[in-house]
Design a protein around this ligand. Structure first.
Ligand code: HEM
Ligand SMILES: *[C@@H]1O[C@H](CO)[C@@H](O)[C@H](O)[C@H]1NC(C)=O
Ligand SMILES: *[C@@H]1O[C@H](CO)[C@@H](O)[C@H](O)[C@H]1NC(C)=O
Ligand SMILES: *[C@@H]1O[C@H](CO)[C@@H](O)[C@H](O)[C@H]1NC(C)=O
Ligand SMILES: *[C@@H]1O[C@H](CO)[C@@H](O)[C@H](O)[C@H]1NC(C)=O
Ligand SMILES: *[C@@H]1O[C@H](CO)[C@@H](O)[C@H](O)[C@H]1NC(C)=O
Ligand SMILES: *[C@@H]1O[C@H](CO)[C@@H](O)[C@H](O)[C@H]1NC(C)=O
Ligand SMILES: *[C@@H]1O[C@H](CO)[C@@H](O)[C@H](O)[C@H]1NC(C)=O
Length: 326
């Protein structure tokens, strides 16, 4: 490449870096190495302590990180509270079971004591998702790059527009992920997050009771499994009951999600949709291999964790995760 062109490209890169508009490229390994050397250990310590007493937390943080990244990028906008004139992301219908905010605030409070104004809530959430899921293995399951900054805007309407619905088909799921520069491969791999946690009846009871409006069931749902689900969700309108998404091992992070899928036991239409595309089904088949799943999940999480991150001087480092700095 000629020198003028490369120095021109270099200037552009520097400029973009200063403006903080790079997409994930600004994240790096151990960003807080000098500014707050114990940051990552502090997150892990508190998260492991809490997960040891409450095994539902890994699912909460994994999902919360996903919701954060899909709305305005991974900028902790999901953690902001509503204000008098703004309904925050938390208010959106898909929020329903978001939880664990208090634990993140505990981490933040501790880090503000040791390194005031240094560690972003967005990084705390990305690390909490990794560390909570990893507790079961007592070692980090994937690498989390750091250096995200916190956003100052959180809107319910944007959560509704950007978080995929459990009623989506393959085409709309694919669009939703492509909108975030994620591939069909990432879609199939990250859906494996449904190997832990629970879902409310209202997100799949149509598949049991009224799939096409004729009081019928979804023919793509395993009828044995559907019969079981009906014993849990007793009516179409039950919006209180939850069921495990991976009934065999709901607390264990593993690749059983794909084994269930192959038995037509994906809980949501969006899960079952992964069997309606040749390309996606090929990936499902690959992920039946446990080593492949863990490797691919880590790589896709890294891509998800880099969506539209704020860096440089954009955004801020919040003092409290639920409110913007005054
Ligand atoms: C592909 C599109 C996706 C759709 C349509 C979807 C939809 C849903 C829905 C409807 C629930 C149940 C919420 C409730 O009833 O409280 C749920 C739970 C969950 N999702 Fe997803 N999700 C998707 C992708 C992801 C991704 C990418 C991850 C993370 C990598 C993820 C992780 C989780 C977890 C861990 C739970 C359980 C939460 C808990 O136990 O409280 N999901 N998802
Ligand atoms: C989720 O949204 C509902 C309804 O808008 C709201 O009442 C609830 O407080 C929200 N949940 C959280 C955790 O903010
Ligand atoms: C575990 O954490 C979840 C989510 O924050 C919470 O709803 C639940 O009450 C906690 N359970 C216990 C036993 O503390
Ligand atoms: C998927 O859903 C969209 C939006 O509801 C719809 O327009 C489209 O026809 C559906 N695609 C298939 C293949 O069912
Ligand atoms: C794509 O993202 C834009 C804004 O980020 C949003 O308004 C739109 O609804 C999204 N489309 C899909 C299919 O998720
Ligand atoms: C099933 O769906 C149809 C069409 O949407 C609706 O008219 C009917 O009331 C529903 N049945 C029940 C039990 O809600
Ligand atoms: C659940 O359904 C009941 C009865 O239809 C309704 O009053 C209530 O607001 C619903 N709750 C949620 C969280 O949607
Ligand atoms: C339905 O699930 C049962 C296990 O509960 C399994 O033996 C059967 O093969 C599944 N059927 C289909 C069509 O996948």
């Amino acid at each position: 490449m000629n020198t003028n062109l490369s120095s021109f490209l270099f200037s552009i890169a520097v400029l973009l870096g200063l403006l903080g508009v790079c997409h994930g490229g600004m994240l790096r390994k151990n960003f807080y190495e000098d500014s707050c050397p114990l940051a990552e250990d502090t997150v892990k310590e508190i998260i492991w302590k809490r997960v040891a007493c409450n095994s539902t937390l890994p699912a909460k943080f994994l999902r919360m990180h996903f919701h954060d990244c899909f709305v305005r990028g991974c900028d902790a906008s999901v953690l902001l509270d509503s204000t008098a004139n703004n309904k925050a992301e938390k208010e959106a219908v898909p929020n329903l079971s978001l939880a664990g905010f208090d634990v993140l605030e505990e981490v933040k409070t501790q880090l503000e004591k040791t390194c005031p104004g240094v560690v972003s809530c967005a990084d705390i959430l990305a690390l909490a998702a990794r560390d909570s899921v990893s507790y079961q293995f007592q070692r980090p399951l994937w690498e989390v790059l750091t250096g995200r900054r916190d956003g100052t805007i959180s809107r319910m309407s944007e959560a509704l527009a950007n978080i995929p619905s459990p009623f989506f088909n393959f085409t709309t799921l694919k669009q939703s992920f492509a909108n975030k520069s994620l591939s069909t491969h990432d879609l199939v791999v990250l859906s494996g997050g449904h190997t832990i946690g629970v879902g409310h009846c209202q997100f799949f009871s149509n598949r049991l009771y009224n799939f096409t409006g004729k009081n019928d069931a979804d023919p793509s749902l395993n009828s044995t499994y559907a019969a079981f689900l009906k014993t849990q969700c007793k009516s179409l309108t039950d919006n209180v009951t939850t069921v495990a998404m991976d009934p065999g091992s709901p607390l264990s992070f593993d690749n059983n999600y794909y084994k269930n899928l192959k038995l037509n036991q994906g809980l949501f239409q969006s899960d079952a949709a992964l069997l309606t595309s040749k390309e996606a089904t090929n990936t499902v088949d690959e992920l039946l291999d446990s080593d492949d799943f863990f490797r691919e999940f880590g790589q896709s999480m890294k891509r998800m964790g880099a969506i539209d991150v704020l860096s440089g001087s954009s955004g801020e480092i919040r003092k409290k995760c639920n409110v913007v700095n005054s």
